[in-house]
Design a protein around this ligand. Structure first.
Ligand code: ZN
Length: 126
C-alpha cells in the first residue's frame, strides 16, 4: 500500500479511492438543499404571501402574525390605524416594510406586507 496522495479527477488531492473533500461537500450540499426545501415549505403555513420578501422581513412578519394570533395588542408592535381608513392597521416590520391588517371587530387579520415605496403610493393625499 502506498501512502502517496493522488490527484483525483475533481482536482483535489488525497488518499483512498474517493475524494473525501468532495464527499464532505456533497453532504453539505444535501443539508443546504434540505434547508432550502423546508424554507420553501414554511410558506404554506403563512396566512399571507411573504415569499417575495427578504428573509429577515419574513421572520419578523411571522413573529408579528404569531403575536396577533395570540391576541397580543397591535400597539405592542407599534401598529397604528391609518388616518384615512380606521379599519386598517399598519404595523412596522423594518424601516422599509410594514404589514397592513384589517380590523374585524377587534380581531386583526393580516392582509399584506408592503415596502415603504408601495405604502406611500397607496396612501391618498400624500
Ligand atoms: Zn474532490
Amino acid at each position: 500500500m502506498s501512502r502517496h496522495r493522488k490527484l483525483f479527477q475533481c482536482g483535489h488531492k488525497g488518499y483512498g479511492q474517493i475524494c473525501h473533500r468532495c464527499l464532505q461537500e456533497d453532504v453539505i450540499d444535501d443539508q443546504k438543499r434540505a434547508e432550502k426545501q423546508s424554507w420553501r415549505n414554511s410558506f404554506s403555513f403563512d396566512s399571507i404571501d411573504l415569499q417575495h420578501l427578504p428573509a429577515h422581513v419574513i421572520l419578523k412578519a411571522r413573529n408579528i402574525i404569531d403575536g396577533l394570533q395570540n391576541c397580543r395588542d397591535y400597539r405592542e408592535f407599534r401598529g397604528k390605524r391609518l388616518r384615512h381608513d380606521r379599519s386598517v392597521i399598519s404595523i412596522p416590520i423594518t424601516r422599509n416594510y410594514r404589514m397592513l391588517c384589517l380590523d374585524l371587530d377587534g380581531l386583526l387579520q393580516p392582509q399584506q406586507v408592503i415596502s415603504h415605496g408601495e405604502y406611500n403610493i397607496c396612501k391618498p393625499g400624500s
